[in-house]
Design a protein around this ligand. Sequence first.
Ligand code: SF4
Length: 343
Amino acid sequence: MDELTEFRGNLLDWFSKHRRDLPWRRTADPYAIWISEIMLQQTRVAAVIPYYERFLERFPTIDALACAEESELLAHWAGLGYYYRARNLQKAAQAMRAHGGFPTTYAEIRRLPGVGDYTASAVASIAFALPHAVLDGNVLRVLSRVDEDATNIASLPGRKHFAQLANAKLDGTRPGAFNQAMMELGATVCLPGNPQCLLCPVARLCRARASGRQRELPVKLVERRSVEEHRTVFWIERRGSVLLWQREASSRLMPGFWELPEQAHVSGLLAGRKLGSFRHAITFHNYRFDLVETQPPDAIGSCRWVALDTLASLPLSTVLRKAKRIADRRPIRNESAVAGTNG
Ligand code: SF4
C-alpha cells in the first residue's frame, strides 16, 4: 500500500470510530449542514450546538428562513454574535427560494452571501460528496506536520500551496468524511502546543513526528507592511578624503562599518547639489536616499576624514557603497568641495 492510500485509510478508519457525535453530523440535509457551517465560522463547537438546534426547530427549511421576520431571526441568533451572518443566511435563503432550492455545485454554493472558500468546500463535500478539500487552521496544522512542510501558512502563496496539498491528499471517494476527519484530527489530537502523537492514526506517516519537529510547525510569520522613508546622505570631499563616520564596535547593526554623514552628524552644512538617488531596504523599511554633494561643514562631530584611496580596504555599509558608485560617476568634479580646511 502506498503512503497516501495508507494515510487516507488510517484517517477515515479512526474518524469512523472516534468522531464526536455532533447534531449536524446526523443529517444529510444540505440546508442544515450549511446552517451549521455558518454558525461554526466564528464560534466554538460547544457554543454552537444549542443555537443550531433551536434555530432549525424554528426555521427548518429554506422557505421558513427566507420568510422570517428579521426581528425573530436576530432573536434566534442573539448570543452568537456577528449578526451579519444571520442576515446573510436570510439573503441566501431568499436567493435559493427564487432559484428553486439549495444549489448543488461548488461554484453556486460559493456565490451565496456569506460563503467563502472554506464554507463552500465544507458544504459541497459533506452534503454533495464533491471533491473539494477544506483548509482551516486545524487542517493547515496537520498538513504542515505530516509533510514536515515549513511553508509560511500566513502568506498568500503559503495558503495556495497548502490548498493544493489538501486537495492532493483528499480522498475523492469520501470527501465529506475525509474533510471532517482532517479537521477532527487537528481539533482533538494534533493540538497546537501539545500534539497527542501517541494517539494519532497517522503517526507512522508523520515526518514532523519522525524528526521531532511537531511543535515547530506550522510556521506562521505575519507579514508586516513595509515602511517607506526618505533620507539624505552627504558626500563631502576635501583634499582626496571623504567625510565618514564609523559605527561602534559594540553596535548591534553592522559593527565597525563606515557610513556617510546625515544632517544630524555634522553642523553648519551648506546647501549642495544632488548627485542622485538610490533605494535600500532593511527588514521592513524601504529607504529612498538622496545623495547630496556639499562643502565641508563648520564642525564634523564624530566624523572623520578618510582617504578615498583607502576605502577599498575598509568595511563600507551598503548605503555607502551605493552612494560611492553614484559619486564616482559624477561628470564634473566639484573643485570647490575639495578646497575646505575644516577638521
Ligand atoms: S503524529 Fe503528532 S504531529 Fe503528526 S499528525 Fe499526528 S498528532 Fe500531529
